[in-house]
Design a protein around this ligand. Sequence first.
Ligand SMILES: [Zn+2]
Length: 266
Amino acid sequence: MVVSSGYCAAQRRHQGEATVGARSGRNARGLLAGLLIAALVSLACAGGGLAEPDGERPAPQASQAAPGANTTRADSTTSVAEFKQDVADAQAIAERYWAAQFKASAQRFQPIRRITPYQRSGEVSCGGQPLPRNNAVYCSQGDFIAYDVAWSVGAFRQVGDAFVFYLLGHEYAHGIQVRLGINYSFTIQQELQADCMAGAYLGDSVRSEALTLADGDLDEFRDGLAAVGDDPDQPWFAEGSHGTAEQRTDSFFRGYERSLEACDLG
Ligand SMILES: [Zn+2]
């Protein structure tokens, strides 16, 4: 994922991209320990405006998957600094993207207030509810995104840099839903729309050349989305449902290819 000039650290990103792309292309397939990633996004999603970390999958699943991640990427040199830069880049591009969308509708845009990494359980709370480890969430009460940094870096190393842009885009979309007053009856509607909006933010940013995909980035999206689907047994209407792998992939790429018109924003 290359961030074009005009965005922060563009030079450094251009320097590093060959490595990232090569890594993605070579290793994107077959490396996913689906458990970690499934836990990542199932826990990552706050149920949209409800802003409660959904806990339908227990955090220990992610811990159990972590050693697998270490094994598969033992030779990885992907640094925490690079991860943090990707988060910052994804945030900057999301802010510019949504500011432009709101401006086009003659609406004032307030960026999400902050993006907060945390390391310990309970270090950050959302609406009085302490956030556990192995989690990421958009919290509407405080209008912020928070994520367990060690856990998120693990997913970054496992899937690739494109997944960081997807994850940030998805959580950011929940903040946009709140701004637009969108509050569906079922969690799955809120989540699939956030996937579509994340796709639109990324597809439009590629089309405007704010972002350039490296080899393997599309595979990272596909493989990441394929791994984050709900259990086939999970009822679609259950609180905390996000959609099957197929539904999530379809929603993301509908937005990616056709922009926000595909996302039922009304
Ligand atoms: Zn979500």
